[in-house]
Design a binder for this molecule. Structure first.
Ligand code: 5AD
Ligand code: SF4
Length: 438
């Protein structure tokens, strides 16, 4: 036991990237909790630093190496400090990470983090990027019976078989695997008993889930029967996996929130084909029409890649046209980043200045749409699940049905309350509301 830390050992986790990494970090914290580690927010005070990484774009991976560089003085001062790298960079780079950064003690991929405690004890190899037969979730300690925050993530599916030409996920997360329905329902019931009122089902291709009869729509219907679980969301979906039954669930299941993240990436058929997305812009638009027919108030969001190899001004205009046709509530847009090992890696790149200009134009349009949707909420009554106190006294923050952050000036609500709120204002990335009496 070290002098600076007389009590339990302390674990600091930094999470990069997507929501699935947030979920994985929680599960790793639980696994290490069984080994006597408690979480700390203070990296300088930690006995172990775990970086749970993202490999999706070059910038995300480079962030890991600069953070590792910054850990050098800490490791020099305290050689017993353990440094671990988890997540998708760990999967993609494996032993290369320790070669480049010898201060790293262990490297664990997203499918083997149940072995982390044994690795830390020195009872398992320090580098583990297997895709094992066994399911990590079967080997992780059950979450402890503590109260939870009102909104939680639940991973139901991992991996991807779609092989979009730009994307590392099929290589870092592996083939599509669905968790069985019984396990998911048991975890959801446990979360509901511990105070969770909203769950977001996670998967790289979440709507491709096939871990039980009836597919993903049927899973959502079963979750809708769990007492106390008032809201269900899911992310991220592929257009080709939007089955009729799932669209109907948006009409029939009151707990399923009117919000859908359905990335299209581009509005040009030529680019979609080069990306290997396996659908046209027209097919996507017709799908959107069917989803809106089932749930007219649904808020739609997407991801876009700008400057994919071969993208012309005309392709870019097609993307702007698709965006205008859909009217998104919010969207993420990225400049194409060539990733080693993906089919598009060697293709000639679009001029960087041209890609930058296109990105700006696209983002300006998406921002206008976001604000139009937010302003359209003014005067409407939504429900808000309150998640935390605001920075200013007497202010509470929660999420609306449509996933907008809503600020309310009130001392009448607590974290976990679900209340009717009238929207009275729209700021840049949030709404302002007032409680409705009663
Ligand atoms: N370059 C830029 N953006 C990418 N994305 C995935 N791979 C790349 C890449 N190589 C984006 C896609 C995806 C989101 C999670 O990240 O838009 O939907
Ligand atoms: Fe990547 Fe495409 Fe799979 Fe999404 S569907 S994870 S973008 S390969």
């Amino acid at each position: 036991m070290t002098a600076h830390n007389p009590a339990a050992k302390k674990l600091f986790i930094k999470t990069y990237g997507c929501q699935m990494n947030v979920y994985d970090s929680q599960r790793m914290a639980e696994a290490m909790g069984a080994e006597g580690y408690v979480l700390t927010e203070d990296q300088a005070d930690a006995d172990m630093v775990l970086l749970n990484t993202c490999h999706i774009r070059e910038k995300a991976a480079e962030k890991l190496y600069s953070d590792l560089g910054r850990l050098k003085p800490l490791k020099a001062a305290r050689p017993d400090l353990k440094i671990g790298v988890a997540g998708c960079v760990a999967q993609a780079e494996g032993a290369e990470i320790i070669r480049r950064m010898p201060l790293v003690d262990l490297v664990v991929g997203p499918q083997t983090y149940h072995r982390l405690p044994a690795m830390v004890r020195g009872e398992a190899p320090a580098i583990d990027t297997d895709f094992p037969e066994e399911d990590k979730f079967d080997h992780l300690p059950a979450p402890r019976a503590t109260r939870r925050a009102p909104a939680a993530f639940l991973t139901v599916q991992e991996g991807c078989d779609k092989f979009c030409a730009f994307c590392v996920v099929p290589y870092t997360r592996g083939a599509e695997v669905s968790r069985p329905a019984e396990r998911i329902l048991a975890e959801a019931r446990d979360l509901a008993e511990r105070g969770v009122r909203e769950i977001t089902l996670l998967g790289q291709n979440v709507n491709g889930w096939h871990g039980g009869p009836g597919g993903f729509g049927a899973l959502i219907r079963s979750l809708g029967e769990i007492a106390g679980l008032e809201r269900i969301r899911y992310t991220t979906s592929h257009p080709n996996d939007m089955a009729d039954d799932l669209i109907e669930a948006h009409r029939d299941v009151p707990q399923l929130m009117p919000y859908l993240h359905l990335p299209v990436q581009s509005g040009s058929d030529r680019v979609l084909k080069a990306m290997n997305r396996k659908h046209t812009s027209d097919q996507y638009l017709r799908l959107i029409d069917r989803i809106r027919a089932a749930r007219p108030d649904i808020v739609l969001t997407s991801d876009f890649i700008v400057g994919f190899p071969g993208e012309t001004d005309e392709d870019h205009t097609d993307t702007l046209r698709l965006i205008e046709r859909v009217g998104y509530g919010m969207a993420y847009s990225f400049k194409y980043s060539p990733r080693p090992g993906t089919p598009a890696f060697d293709r000639p790149e679009v001029d960087a200045a041209v890609a930058d200009a296109r990105l700006q134009e696209l983002q300006a349009l998406l921002t206008r749409q976001q604000h139009a949707v937010q302003e359209g909420m003014i005067g409407r009554t939504v429900t808000v699940l309150f998640e935390k106190a605001g920075r200013e006294a007497g202010q509470m923050i929660g999420k609306s049905d449509y996933l907008h952050s809503v600020f309310v000036d009130t001392d009448q609500v607590q974290v976990g309350d679900l209340r009717a709120v009238r929207i009275i204002g729209s700021q840049r990335n949030s709404l302002h509301g007032e409680l409705i009496a009663g």
